[in-house]
Design a protein around this ligand. Structure first.
Ligand code: 7TS
Length: 418
């Protein structure tokens, strides 16, 4: 088991063998071989206690929240609101009411665009995004810009996939209203200096929205230290369920924003004569019955993640990344895309004479799950002259043996398609 335990300078040990035992899916076979799951940036797997949270909820206390004066409703409400407190702690937000549950990162960004954006953006204004963005932090701004007439400016990246901070400084100006950037790039793994970027945005009177979908699974996040105005992440990338995510927003900003979706739970009073008044935050932004079981299970996932420790998880993933990088670098004609110093556990690459899609399909036959395609980052891939890459991405439960299996399988597959 020595190989499976790491001990960094002040990083606690990660016992990967016992972590693996908590994930039922990791013992399944694919095409007759043990599953090697390296598509964690798309969706991570869920430990048993997250899966059991669904059983517990539907088997014991399924009820709509915030509205019933009966035992089941009280229990469901307490578990749901308990998760809000878990998320507050996870992000080190100042108050629970700054945590809004959404369907995921995508919906969180659309919420900011539609609620804050519609109230604050117009012709002559500028929104800065980066070339590293996932489509979910590009398209909502494009849709809104078409309607409201503001301009989108793009922070460039260099050949390593590192944001050009001098260009960022030059793009910031008195017209800049918002900077919307990811914390960690899903396609390349680049970790962006969001704290520094936030300070620069604020110095120009602009707000900053940080897309944390790829950061929260790999490192501790402190929204107050970053001084993020908005911060978004998805449950299913951080050992939790699909269909749930979070928007953090500073209380004063959320309070000043109009609601986005209307419906039950987000009102104070509704009257045909006097009109409608809205609930306080966070409920103003949580119209309708939310994904109650998913939110409760997300709480389990975040407690599991912090229990293991994000510093240890991040350090282990660096070991996996180093091993994988060394192994694939030996392959003739293979080019790694995204070589930012200190990048997260994401390995994107292309291979001369072998299309990414073919590699992905064939390596799946050997039980290895990687991602192939544009990773919803077409503007980034276009700069590098490719329309698809293969991407292996790592999680706490991956082993060094799995990395070796992946590298051997990759060599075999490339030999087949060339
Ligand atoms: N932002 C980033 C940085 C992402 O990586 C993703 C999903 C999203 C936003 C959207 O998250 P969602 O949960 O709302 O869909 N990224 C990926 C990926 O890399 N492969 O599949 C989904």
């Amino acid at each position: 088991m020595n190989e499976l335990a790491i001990r960094g300078a002040d990083v606690p040990t990660l016992d990967v063998a016992s972590i693996r035992a908590e994930f039922p899916i990791l013992s399944r076979q694919v095409h007759g071989r043990p599953l090697v799951y390296l598509d964690n940036a798309a969706t991570s797997q869920t430990p048993r206690r997250v899966i059991e949270a669904f059983d517990d909820y539907y088997g014991r206390y399924n009820a709509n929240i915030h509205r019933g004066l009966h035992t089941l409703a009280d229990e469901a409400t307490a578990a749901f609101e308990g998760t809000r407190e878990t998320v507050r702690g996870f992000l080190n937000a100042a108050e629970g009411r700054e945590i809004i549950f959404t369907r995921g990162t995508t919906e969180a960004i659309n919420l900011v665009a539609n609620a804050w954006g519609r109230a604050n953006l117009g012709a002559g204004d500028e929104v800065l995004i980066s070339r590293l963005e996932h489509h979910s932090n590009i398209v909502p701004w494009q849709l809104l810009a078409r309607e409201l007439g503001f301009t989108i400016k793009v922070i460039p990246v260099d050949e390593r996939g590192v944001l050009d901070l001098d260009a960022y400084r030059a793009l910031l100006g008195e017209r800049t209203r918002l900077v919307a950037v990811n914390h960690v790039s899903n396609a390349f793994g680049t970790v962006n200096p969001v704290k520094e970027m936030a300070a620069l945005a604020h110095a120009h009177g602009a707000l900053i929205l940080v897309d944390g979908a790829q950061a929260t699974p790999h490192q501790e996040v402190d929204v107050r230290d970053i001084d993020a105005d908005f911060y978004a992440f998805s449950g299913h990338k951080v050992y939790g369920p699909t269909g749930v995510g979070v928007l953090y927003g500073k209380a004063a900003l959320l309070e000043a924003m109009p609601p986005w979706q209307g419906g039950g739970e987000m009102i104070s009073t509704v009257s045909f004569e006097a009109g409608t008044t809205f609930a306080e935050i966070p409920h103003k932004f949580e119209a309708g019955t939310p994904a109650i079981a998913e939110v409760i299970a997300l709480g389990e996932a975040l407690r599991w993640t912090t229990g293991v420790g994000l510093a240890a998880i991040g350090a282990w993933e660096q070991r996996l990344l180093e091993r994988a990088t060394a192994a694939v670098s030996r392959i003739d004609g293979l080019r790694i895309l995204g070589t930012a110093p200190g990048k997260a556990g994401v390995l994107s690459f292309v291979v001369d004479g072998a299309h990414a899609q073919d590699i992905g399909l064939l390596i799946d036959q050997l039980g290895v799950a990687i991602r192939t395609g544009h990773h919803c980052a077409q503007p980034l891939l276009a700069q590098f002259g490719v329309d698809a890459t293969c991407r292996a991405s790592f999680a706490a439960y991956n082993t060094l043996d799995e990395i070796d299996t992946f590298a051997e399988a990759l060599e075999r597959v490339i030999g087949m398609v060339r």
